[in-house]
Design a binder for this molecule. Structure first.
Ligand code: ADP
Ligand code: MG
Length: 269
């Protein structure tokens, strides 16, 4: 990451004001399965807010609700007071989502992946697209990958391309779904640093869904712990470390106990 390039504050900047998010009594049900159970939380403009929790606890479903990709069963999500799913208001704030699997198009180059988004969403005049894409690639140290295809990239590079593609949209709200999953510890640390640096430099409100404890406890302003669709804890990382709730302690520091193995208590599917 090149600090001087980030500091350039050209077109790809956080000149836009960060937005706040309010989730009130949110419930989401699929068929008979209740996935989100009465979630209420407020995310302040400009903070890094991490949603942690075991696999299947509803983290990605919650993120999709915040992104306006899915209708709530009941309750509301508001971004600066606006409904993210309402076609009349959703263009009034800039939101970008970095999907867990990257969601890159494999048949086009890295450059085209970034440019296509700008073109399709008509986010800037055609003659500015090249500058904006190249600056996005520079910020993520990807200039040399511009002509490559996603299949030619390592896992860490793919994640950086997905982040660059979100960044060229100049988001006021940047959402990441499991940005460090399937990465080695060093690359996870690198991506964690990138998330914190982008938030710091561009003042973009950042929501990260992750079960990566290091990421959550290092860079977050606040952390929400979701378990079986319910909010189990919501606090600063320091407070979370001191939380005495056995479920929270076990999630943060699970022990491997071969005398009382957990797998015996797994619920049948
Ligand atoms: N579109 C869907 N239709 C039916 N069930 C879903 C759908 N999306 C998620 N689920 C279910 O909701 C639960 C929570 O999923 P998810 O939010 O993806 O968990 P995670 O915390 O691992 O991100 C899972 O049991 C999953 O199977
Ligand atoms: Mg998920």
């Amino acid at each position: 990451m090149k600090k001087d390039i980030i500091k350039e504050r050209s077109s790809v900047t956080g000149a836009r004001t960060p937005v706040g998010v309010e989730v009130v009594n949110l419930c989401k049900t699929f068929g008979t399965q209740s996935v989100l159970k009465d979630i209420s939380l407020t995310i302040k403009p400009g903070e890094i807010f991490t949603i942690m929790g075991p696999s299947g606890s509803g983290k990605s479903v919650l993120l999709r609700q915040i992104a306006g990709l899915d209708l709530p069963t009941s309750g509301t999500v508001r971004i600066n007071g606006l409904d993210p799913i309402d076609p009349d208001t959703r263009d009034r704030f800039a939101l970008a989502l970095v999907f867990q699997a990257g969601a890159l198009f494999n048949s086009i180059s890295v450059y085209e992946n970034l440019a296509l988004y700008l073109l399709e969403h008509r986010l800037c005049p055609k003659n500015e697209i090249r500058d904006r894409v190249m600056r996005g690639l520079k910020i993520l140290s990807l200039e040399n990958a511009a002509k490559k295809f996603p299949s030619e990239l390592s896992g860490g590079m793919k994640k950086r391309v997905a982040i660059a593609r979100a960044l060229v949209m100049e988001p006021q709200l940047l959402l990441y779904d499991e940005p460090t999953s399937e990465l080695d510890p060093i690359m996870s640390a690198t991506i964690t640093e990138i998330i914190a640096t982008l938030k710091h430099e561009f003042q973009v409100t950042t929501i990260v869904v992750s079960h990566d404890r290091d990421l959550a406890l290092t860079i977050s302003d606040r952390v929400a712990l979701l378990m079986k669709g319910k909010l189990r804890a919501l606090s600063t990382p320091d407070e979370l470390r001191k939380n005495e709730d056995p479920g929270v302690k076990d999630f943060l520091n699970p022990t491997i106990d071969l005398k009382h193995p957990r797998y015996l208590e797994l619920e049948a599917l």
